[in-house]
Write a protein that binds this ligand. Structure first.
Ligand SMILES: *Cc1c(COP(=O)(O)O)cnc(C)c1O
Length: 437
């Protein structure tokens, strides 16, 4: 027998049985809150650690209690210190407190399809649709689906069917993780009619392609890359006179022009330019929940909303609640991060670094460059500030509670504050302290 396993094998006999541990009042209370399965898994993991000699047998109950998750879901909260405002792997836009409160209310039984005044059935999502139309008066009607891709699929299915969608070769884009807009559209049974070239497409190219088989013209915002040099594209305004609907996929979800992102298209401007429909994501620059927005003229929006496929793409009540609170409520975290003042970010970084240095931690404030991310605003640099700590902390910060996700650059772990709400600075200090000890 291996020398080292002897003490562990001895200790094994002293490790309490699962049913005995589950009788611990703290674990009993947790079972009521999180479910017996979740608590049992924590107990079994703690017993395994004791068997491996990582913790003493008498510490198993405490270790199990300590390792209990905050909720019965495997999703853990993460502080986004990556400097990427919309981090796809962190679930894109974080919701505002107003949206979280709305979700909490809507998660119970709610009047999503009921008029409490009359007691009769009411239109699902009526108040969020009204909120969208208030914010974008250029739209006659609105509809909400599961995500931006679903909005495109519904538009293709309802407006083109098996006919043609005219799209520029310069706008045949991959949105990420291998998902390509042309393939998505082709999957609906519509035929893609490519016009122009990668770098240049003129209004005449579109005009020459329009015919009896045209379902609509699609303008896709190349949201995650830039083509520069000898380029030309056609604006929506140059295409609306061709006698077929023009659908503008703006991606980002900006409802109105954002001066900080001058090249990012917005719904109001596209509709003003004559687009019949605009499609967008809810969890990018709008800063709301994952969903897809369809805004535009009454007739095409109604065709989408009444299509049988709409039922398969419909959003749940919590999404409707979060979206409405995002649209009506205070500026969500994504907007706050975008508008954060550079000097204020620097000051926060310096204060945090000084505090950590006082405790003996190797931390310095540095200037950084943050980005919008989430496949939006390519090339836009947002000046920012970070606390720079040893790169060996990166994994410990990621695995801590709360998890802190920074980015490793030139052998240092940078905790960029632009996407971190100021009230989380204390949590970052605590996390770094724990990683350093
Ligand atoms: C992000 C994006 C999409 C896809 O939207 P999802 O909400 O991720 O489904 C489609 N088109 C453009 C231009 C985008 O930027």
């Amino acid at each position: 027998m291996d020398h080292e396993t002897v003490p562990a094998a001895d200790g094994r006999r002293r490790i309490a049985r699962t049913d005995v541990l589950l009788a611990d009042p703290r674990l009993g209370e947790a079972a009521g809150r999180l479910g017996r399965g979740v608590v049992k898994a924590a107990v079994v993991a703690a017993q395994r650690r004791a068997r491996a000699g990582e913790i003493p047998p008498e510490a198993v109950a405490d270790a199990a209690v300590e390792s209990l998750p905050a909720t019965a879901s495997g999703l853990r909260p993460v502080i986004n210190a990556t400097g990427v405002l919309l981090h796809t792997n962190l679930g894109r836009a974080p919701l505002s407190d107003a949206a979280r409160d709305a979700v909490a209310v809507a998660s119970g039984a709610t009047d999503v399809e009921l008029d409490l005044e009359t007691g009769r059935r009411a239109r699902r999502g009526r108040s969020v649709l009204a909120a969208l139309l208030e914010r974008v008066p250029q739209a006659e009607a609105a509809h909400v689906v599961n995500n931006g891709a679903a909005a495109l699929v519904l538009a293709a299915t309802a407006l083109a069917g098996d006919r043609e969608i005219i799209v520029s070769r310069g706008e045949m884009v991959e949105i990420g993780d291998g998902f390509r807009i042309p393939e998505l559209l082709a999957a609906t049974g519509a035929r893609l009619r490519e016009v122009g070239t990668t770098n240049r497409t003129t209004p005449d190219d579109y005009a020459a392609a329009v015919g009896d088989e045209t379902g609509f013209i699609l303008k896709v915002h190349p949201s995650n890359f830039r083509v520069t040099g000898f380029t030309q594209g056609a604006d929506v305004a140059e295409l609306t006179g061709l006698g077929v609907p023009v659908v503008a996929d703006i991606g980002s979800g900006l409802l109105a022009h954002e001066p900080l992102l001058p090249d990012e298209p917005d719904a109001a401007s596209m509709l003003k330019a004559g687009a019949h429909l605009v499609t967008a994501s809810g969890d990018k620059l709008l800063g709301g929940p994952q969903c897809g927005l369809v805004l535009g003229q009454e007739e095409p929006v109604r065709r989408l909303a009444r299509h049988p496929l709409a039922r398969a793409l419909r959003v749940d009540k919590m999404t409707l609640a979060a979206l409405e609170a995002t649209v009506r409520g205070p500026r969500p975290p994504t907007g706050e991060a975008l508008h954060a003042d550079e000097a204020a970010l620097r000051e926060r970084a310096e204060r945090l670094a000084a505090r950590l240095r006082d405790e003996g931690v190797d931390a310095v404030a540095v200037g950084t460059e943050a980005a919008v991310g989430g496949g939006g605003a390519p090339g836009v640099v947002l000046p920012s500030a970070a606390v720079s700590v040893p790169d060996a902390y990166a994994a410990r910060l990621r695995q801590g509670t709360p998890a802190v996700m920074g980015r490793v650059e030139d052998g240092r772990c940078l905790l960029d504050l632009r996407a971190v709400p100021p009230d989380r600075d204390g949590a970052i200090a605590g996390a770094v302290r724990a990683a350093a000890s």
